[in-house]
Design a protein around this ligand. Structure first.
Ligand code: UDX
Length: 449
């Protein structure tokens, strides 16, 4: 019961269902349709489904609207709230969210459990259920017997997409990982997943077949490593701050060592978003449950260093404005947790804005994409879509998300024509410090003299 057709040239069209149409699921569904598969995306939220059905992305992601529209118009891509629509698909991807629990650091597994419960009655013998959500190690081993009970096979197929690059990362990933059982069913599941990802497989993308636990761990280990790399350089920034060293030069110098590499050594206000912060916390919580808390104790330090950088940025603004921000106009450039995203989940940028506002500053936040999301979360802040209007009459300019509009395009000469003060706090070390100083500004970076 493969329900896989071969139209020629070795390319297969596979019928797929994608359960959960959030960031991961919506991109996955559209990307799979764009490489030729027949895909139905399923989500409980009718507003999301309505938007996706019209070819509209419910969030900002470059390239997504195009492939959504193309998929929907071609008839290969559809969206529904009806889980029964999963029937007839050969592979069912489960990509629902695993947010941090309200009252702890562990992952909230209620969406994953609910998705499997509602999906399984519609799964047929011979189907493959492919888990994509980021889950605590050991989850697949618990879910596998439920999938096997309906004659199907569970594979764990983690997703490594970055927001802002999600379409490219899905269609053309660095690597593919499939955790499968050591059975004939597992072997077949791996073979079918190869067919599903045929363009990447054809170009030689590493496709690793592992057991469940390894596949689950690959994802959290990768995110833990990236978070650690960022916090490492931010720890060096803290040392640079008391020694007069420049962390950006330090990062360049150590980054030339190919064993280290320069990427993810950007010191600043630290990491945020829907993945890194909650994933390292969930990993530490899971390790604790497994009796191996000490193995990843360093992740608590990674988290603590990360959060301290927000305090540091706020303190720099206070110092820069002579000891108090009360009543001062502070323009905050950026609300998204990183550029090319409208995501404000655990955004360090927005956190800095909120804290400055709490200290009595007259904060004006601007962002090219994230204002609507930021306003929903923090309606108490003042938002201004125009970069130039946001800095007009400001006593200090604080750059916290390195959008090109700020980092590259905002010159100190132009800013000088608009602001009241000449104080700039560069929370992402994105500006040319020398140029700002030469134009008469007092420049403060993160971990720079
Ligand atoms: C991350 C992983 O990169 C991705 O593989 C995984 O699938 C999901 O989580 P994402 O959350 O989209 O992706 O963001 P990422 O590009 O990793 O950046 C995370 C945060 O780190 C951002 O807030 C960014 O500003 C910050 N960051 C990144 C730094 O502070 N310094 C850096 O050098 C790099």
């Amino acid at each position: 019961m493969m329900r896989v057709s071969t139209p020629g040239e070795g390319e297969c069209i596979v019928r797929l269902s994608v359960i959960g149409c959030g960031y991961l699921g919506a991109v996955h569904a559209a990307a799979m349709a764009s490489i030729g598969h027949e895909v139905v995306g399923i989500d409980l939220d009718p507003r999301k489904i309505d938007a996706l059905s019209r070819g509209e992305a419910p969030f900002f992601e470059p390239g997504l609207p195009e492939i959504l529209t193309e998929g929907v118009e071609s008839g290969r891509l559809s969206f529904t709230t009806d889980i029964a629509a999963a029937e007839g698909a050969a592979v069912h991807f489960v990509g629902v969210g695993t947010p941090q629990q309200q009252d702890g650091h562990a992952a909230d597994m209620s969406h994953v459990n609910a998705a499997f419960e509602s999906l399984l009655p519609h799964v047929r013998p011979g189907d493959i259920v492919a888990g994509k959500s980021t889950v605590p190690v050991g989850t697949a081993a618990v879910l596998a017997p439920l999938v096997e009970a309906v004659g199907a096979t569970l594979a764990w197929n983690p997703e490594f997409l970055r927001e802002g690059w999600a379409v490219q990362d899905t269609i053309d990933p660095d690597r593919l990982v499939a955790g499968v059982p050591a059975t004939a069913g597992g072997e077949r599941a791996a073979a079918v997943l190869r067919e599903v990802y045929h363009p990447a497989v054809a170009k030689g993308t590493p496709f690793m077949i592992t057991d469940y636990a390894t596949a689950e761990l690959v994802k959290v280990a990768a995110n833990a490593f990236l978070a650690t790399k960022i916090s490492f350089i931010n720890a060096m920034a803290e040392i640079a701050e008391v020694t007069g060293a420049d962390v950006t030069q330090l990062a360049d110098a150590i980054g030339h060592d190919v064993r280290i590499g320069r990427r993810f050594l950007g010191a600043g206000i630290g990491f945020g978003g829907g993945c890194l912060p909650k994933d390292i916390r969930a990993f530490a919580a899971r390790a604790e449950e497994l009796g191996r808390g000490e193995s990843v104790n360093f992740l608590r330090e990674v988290d603590a260093i990360n959060l301290r950088r927000r305090d540091r940025a706020v303190q720099l603004v206070i110092d820069a404005l002579g000891g108090s921000v009360f009543g001062k106009k502070v323009a905050v450039l950026g609300a998204a947790f990183k550029p090319f995203s409208d995501d404000v989940r655990d955004s360090p940028a927005l956190d800095v804005a909120v804290r400055l506002n709490g200290l009595g500053a007259n904060v004006v936040v601007t962002d090219p994409q994230a204002i609507d999301n930021a306003r929903r979360l923090h309606p108490q802040l003042t938002y201004e879509p125009s970069r130039d209007e946001s800095i007009r009459d400001a006593d200090a300019v604080v750059m916290v998300t390195e959008w090109d509009e700020y980092r590259r395009d905002l010159t100190p000469e132009h800013a000088s024509t608009l602001t009241a003060g000449r104080v700039v706090v560069d929370g992402r070390n994105g500006f040319d410090a020398a140029a700002w100083r030469a134009a008469g500004w007092i420049y403060y970076g993160m971990g720079r003299p």
